[in-house]
Ligand binder design. Structure first.
Ligand SMILES: N[C@@H](CCC(=O)N[C@@H](CS)C(=O)NCC(=O)O)C(=O)O
Length: 211
């Protein structure tokens, strides 16, 4: 069976974090462009891949994986030579899961709620992230030892959570603490990040030419 990853995405979407992750793994992959403006994501061909009608999604060895955090974790395990996840018996494995899931259940909703200026809810204790301030403080604490979430070891958790921090800073929905900016700066220096950004810019330019 082919090891190629089929990657359904748009360069203007959360798929960017999976694109970067693919470059980190060194996996062979094929980018299938889903044009969100043309609503390709809601057409039957793509709904057969992801019934949510959302990007990104990957298909690898006949299995569909959706949800950016799950895709990053899956790719780290599927391509272990890149060492993007601590081994199962490593003491770092618990922290790795912790920050991956914290990214999905706390950082993302806190940042998006702030970006959309969603009104305060009557029962904040029912929110998984509690409140924006607590989520941001916890995130800052996680980055304090540095240079990465797991200390010296860069992992898929940095791709996922780092992408959310980058998005939050870009959209001004995350306060521009020096620790967040410095962490993103370190991530952006990675050769895989540079390759993914160059490819993203080319894809966006191509899409502009066609439209
Ligand atoms: N929970 C999903 C969210 C995916 C998502 O919301 N993707 C957006 C682009 S950033 C999308 O496909 N929007 C198009 C639509 O909903 O029509 C993940 O983490 O992958």
């Amino acid at each position: 069976m082919s090891d190629e990853v089929v990657f359904y995405s748009s360069p203007m979407s959360r798929g960017r974090m999976v694109h970067w992750m693919l470059e980190e793994t060194g996996a062979p992959y094929r980018y299938e462009l889903i044009n969100l403006e043309n609503r390709d994501q809601k057409k039957p061909a793509y709904l057969a891949v992801n019934p949510m009608g959302k990007v990104p999604a990957i298909v690898h060895r006949g299995t569909v994986v959706t949800e950016c955090g799950a895709i990053c974790a899956y790719l780290a395990d599927a391509f272990p030579a890149a060492a993007l996840a601590p081994p199962l018996d490593s003491p770092l494995r618990g922290s790795y899961y912790r920050w991956l899931f914290f990214g999905a259940t706390c950082v993302e909703p806190a940042v998006i709620d702030r970006m959309l200026a969603r009104p305060a809810v009557s029962k904040p204790s029912a929110l998984g992230y509690g409140c924006y301030e607590d989520a941001v403080e916890t995130l800052a604490g996680a980055l304090k030892p540095g240079p990465f979430l797991l200390g010296r070891q860069f992992s898929a958790a940095d791709v996922y959570v780092g992408s959310q921090i980058g998005f939050g800073l870009m959209t001004k929905s995350l306060e521009p603490r020096p620790a967040f900016r410095e962490y993103c700066g370190r991530l952006e220096e990675r050769p895989a990040h540079r390759r993914f950004m160059e490819q993203t810019e080319q894809l966006i330019a191509q899409m502009k030419k066609v439209s």
